[in-house]
Design a protein around this ligand. Structure first.
Ligand SMILES: NC(=O)c1ccc[n+]([C@@H]2O[C@H](COP(=O)([O-])OP(=O)(O)OC[C@H]3O[C@@H](n4cnc5c(N)ncnc54)[C@H](O)[C@@H]3O)[C@@H](O)[C@H]2O)c1
Length: 362
């Protein structure tokens, strides 16, 4: 496998230049991560088409930054094979990032069927559309750190470990991994065919996340309302990272496997050890940085959630030469700078692009 030597900055900048004028399809572009990814690719000069339902929250980063006016945006459901297939056929993307999903664990307990149909059949549909197209050279399916069978290990899971998420969301993403693996083995084994990968990232934080039941938005809502934050599982350890960290991994992977198919496969993209902290510790950091906020444990622990979850990212570090760049303190600080800027009426476009340029040294 060909590998180039270089500093992290070189690798990251090289990956952005690579995207100039590339035809890129993003499913889930109206979501939190999808909007950040779209903004990076806009700055890189890519030609972008997005395929998604409406933004899942109101407000949303997508609407606040008016990102839809800067790309071709198709309002579509990944459960509808016909319109997804037509979008690929018409636009002829070279690279596809698949982020469209029902991504909330607790919602998956209320709506397991919708979660499975979107997360599993959505994956089948995008892969089938790629199989029928001749334009796509690089496909990255975004799954999650929760795809592994959780054994409450204190060390990180590796890519070759058993996939079997516990709750419907995690399990649907394990299924999405299996679907991707089957398509790669069955239909994309030819060396000239599309490179097919999955990316399993940690719990992301960053400005512009307004989802229910995610820790930073919950902290901000509690501070704004002047009420105590109720935490179900303050001792749960999770791999927390800034959203730009995992996105830089997805971009690097998409680029590397575009150039050399043998890079394809599953990859973990998580923080270094310092980012694997308990939910309570993360909340303390947010409240300290903000200068306000209190929390207490909520009696009922809610539906099952794992206590320990860490990722071993040796594969991405060794093969892709990917590295996390911002530690947990920087990730929290960047998130709060964005959030406080937004709340005080700063231009959200500028805030977002400035953080991207800072991260990628543009
Ligand atoms: N946020 C995290 O901490 C995190 C961590 C690991 C993995 N992920 C994964 O990253 C991806 C993006 O997550 P996010 O946090 O941006 O979620 P999000 O809820 O903000 O965005 C989800 C996107 O999917 C779209 N979507 C949902 N159902 C759809 C359907 N049936 N058809 C078409 N589009 C549909 C929504 O419109 C939205 O654009 C997901 O696949 C998620 O599982 C997220």
């Amino acid at each position: 496998m060909a590998r180039r030597e270089g500093t992290l900055e070189n690798v990251v900048i090289e990956s952005l230049e690579f995207f100039k004028k590339r035809r890129v399809l993003i499913t889930g572009h109206t979501g939190f991560k999808g909007t950040w990814l779209t903004r990076i690719l806009l700055l890189a000069g890519a030609e972008i088409i997005g395929y998604s339902l409406d933004p899942p929250t109101c407000p949303s980063l997508y609407a606040l930054t008016d990102t839809g006016s800067r790309i071709r945006s198709i309002h579509g459901d990944v459960r509808s094979f016909g319109s997804l297939n037509e979008t690929l056929y018409d636009f002829k993307p070279e690279i596809v990032f698949h982020l469209a999903a029902q991504p909330i664990v607790r919602l998956s307990y209320d709506e397991p069927m919708d979660t499975y149909s979107t997360n599993v059949m959505g994956t089948v549909h995008i892969l089938e559309a790629i199989r029928k197209s001749s334009s796509v050279r690089s496909f990255v399916n975004i799954t999650t750190d929760k795809v592994y069978e959780n054994r409450e290990w204190i060390w990180g899971y590796r890519e070759n470990e058993t996939l079997c998420g516990f709750d419907p969301y995690s399990n649907s993403k394990s299924c999405s991994e299996m679907v991707t693996s089957s398509y790669r083995n069955s239909f994309f084994s030819d060396p000239d065919s599309t490179a097919i990968s999955t990316a399993r990232s940690g719990n992301v934080i960053g400005g512009g996340d307004f989802a229910q039941d995610r820790i930073i938005p919950d902290c901000v809502r509690a501070i704004a309302a002047g009420r105590e934050l109720l935490l179900r599982n303050p001792h749960s350890i999770r791999p927390y990272q800034h959203v730009l960290e995992c996105l830089s991994g997805y971009l690097l992977l998409a680029m590397k496997q575009f150039e050399e198919k043998s890079y394809e496969g599953p990859y973990n993209f998580g923080p270094d050890e310092d980012g694997c902290v308990s939910t309570g510790t993360l909340v303390q950091m947010v409240f300290k940085e903000w200068g306000a906020g209190t929390w207490r444990i909520q009696g009922d622990g809610g539906p099952h959630e794992a206590s320990f979850l860490k990722l071993d990212c040796s594969k991405a570090k060794n093969i892709l030469e990917w590295r996390p760049k911002w530690n947990i303190q920087q990730a929290v600080a960047k998130t709060l700078i964005w959030t406080q800027g937004y709340l005080s009426g700063e231009n959200v476009d500028d805030l977002t692009d400035r953080q991207i340029m800072d991260y990628f040294n543009i």
